[in-house]
Design a protein around this ligand. Structure first.
Ligand code: MN
Ligand code: MN
Length: 455
């Protein structure tokens, strides 16, 4: 009889075949992540993967039947992948998995372009929670869309291809940083100083004036846009480059945007691999990093409309379907960082490579603004994980009153759907390059599969 609970390290638990599976799975994720830096990129990549597997676009009012493989793309920034199961939806509900695919970044302002002292810049307004000092002096890519007059949409993606230029925010040289070094960390780099260099040759090749117009000419040549078209664009700077393995043993991955593509990818692969009995919905949500508001955020009515529409088509009462449904809010958690141990409570932290982490609640100031899952819901998921031998762990965000945070869980729970948070532990969360463990990534896939296949 095992009386004590001890957390396990998945790399230590795995046999040779499982170790191979862990490392193989990570390669598919790295490819997915490289083309999924923004919510639009994530949706486009997901659509491609769905199409390769015979999934079909769904529109409200379409009739559906058991066995259907569908996806609904909401304004190109939020996707619902849906597999209609053979089990009665009124009795079994829907297995929902909800991750988000927006990540902290630097959005362009509506009038971003200016020149000063021989350089042209694009001004930014940061999106989500960033530490501003982390963004100067790293290679940046520019991604997004420009809607031209008349509605034509042009895609922009510069900085990630070999041979592409990158963009760059400067920082002060240490020789002249005496005053800057005295500043508090949060004040040393101002939001208004996050302006990226995008050009430095003036029209006619002369130094001085005319660099802005030269940049505009290049933009017009390539995208057919003029300066006013910035006002009808969604462009952002994201860290350039591919995901990279970390460490001599290659056990970890450093990349931009693990939060929360590292949970979005496993929920999609689990849906693809599931047994097809229960109806399953994998959600890639937008706007989580700014509060889940808006038409593509998890507070939008779109999820309700989809459940209503699908339930009615199957002859089921959508109210009953919601009541019977269960949701994993699949979002990352903070991995215990021994370099910053003072903000963690070691007995209730998530540790790197110890598996996907079940988080009963997030929130702040005495569990405010959180979904606090019931013991019954946690027990349901625990049984699914244990029945399938999934190595997992449990944790809190950090010490009581050290800070706090949230996920989409409460918005789905508010619809009357039992919801539990679970996700991959991340080191340096929200930094331009975050770190996760390949073991935790694969654990998340196996956990989502166990949830989907529990009846
Ligand atoms: Mn997140
Ligand atoms: Mn986040």
């Amino acid at each position: 009889m095992q009386y004590e609970y001890t957390r396990k390290n998945y790399f230590k638990e795995a046999d040779e075949a499982e170790l191979k599976a862990i490392f193989d799975y990570a390669e598919g994720y790295k490819d997915f992540l490289f083309t999924s830096k923004t919510e639009r990129g994530s949706c486009a990549t997901a659509v491609k993967l769905c199409n390769e597997r015979g999934y079909k676009p769904y529109m409200f009012g379409d009739s559906v039947k058991p066995g259907d493989k569908l996806y609904f793309v909401n304004r190109d920034k939020n996707i619902f992948i849906i597999r209609i199961g053979t089990n009665d939806i009124a009795e079994h509900g829907i297995k929902i998995m909800a991750a988000h695919v927006d990540s902290p970044r630097l959005d362009l302002k509506p009038n971003p372009l200016y020149e000063d002292a021989g350089l042209a810049f694009l001004k930014t307004h940061y999106y989500g929670g960033i530490k501003k000092y982390q963004w100067p002096t790293i290679p940046l890519a520019l991604q997004g869309v420009v809607v031209l007059s008349g509605g034509k949409r042009v895609e922009v993606n510069v900085g990630d291809d070999e041979g592409d230029p990158i963009f760059y925010i400067t920082d002060l040289l240490p020789h002249l940083s005496q005053e800057q070094n005295e500043q508090k960390l949060g004040k040393a780099i101002a939001g208004e100083s996050l302006n990226a260099i995008v050009g430095s040759i003036a029209d006619g090749g002369e130094e001085g004036e005319g660099i802005k117009s030269a940049v505009l000419r290049l933009l017009h040549d390539k995208y057919g846009m003029t300066e006013i078209d910035f006002q009808t664009s969604e462009l952002c700077f994201v860290p350039a480059g591919r995901p990279r393995d970390v460490g001599f043993d290659r056990a970890l991955i450093s990349a931009y945007g693990h939060d929360d593509k590292v949970c979005a990818y496993p929920e999609m692969t689990a849906l693809f691999e599931g047994d097809g009995k229960d109806t399953v919905m994998a959600i890639f949500a937008d706007k989580e990093e700014t509060g889940s508001q808006g038409v593509t955020g998890m507070q939008s009515r779109v999820i309700m409309d989809l459940i209503d529409s699908i339930s009615r088509s199957l002859g089921a009462d959508p109210i009953l379907v919601r009541y019977k449904s269960k949701c994993i809010s699949a979002d990352v958690c903070a991995a215990y960082d021994p370099e910053y141990s003072s903000v963690y409570e070691k007995r209730n932290s998530s540790f790197i490579s110890c598996g996907a982490s079940v988080t009963k609640y997030h929130g702040a100031r005495g569990k405010s603004s959180t979904n606090d899952a019931s013991a019954e819901m946690v027990g349901y998921v625990r049984d699914a994980l244990e029945e399938n031998g999934v190595v997992y762990q449990t944790g809190e965000l950090g010490k009581v009153d050290a800070g706090g945070g949230g996920t989409v869980a409460m918005f789905i729970a508010n619809l009357g759907i039992d919801t539990l948070d679970m996700g991959v532990p991340v080191l340096s969360m929200h930094a331009p390059y975050e770190i996760i463990s390949k073991a935790d990534l694969y654990s998340m896939h196996r956990a989502m599969l166990a949830f989907v296949n529990k009846h």
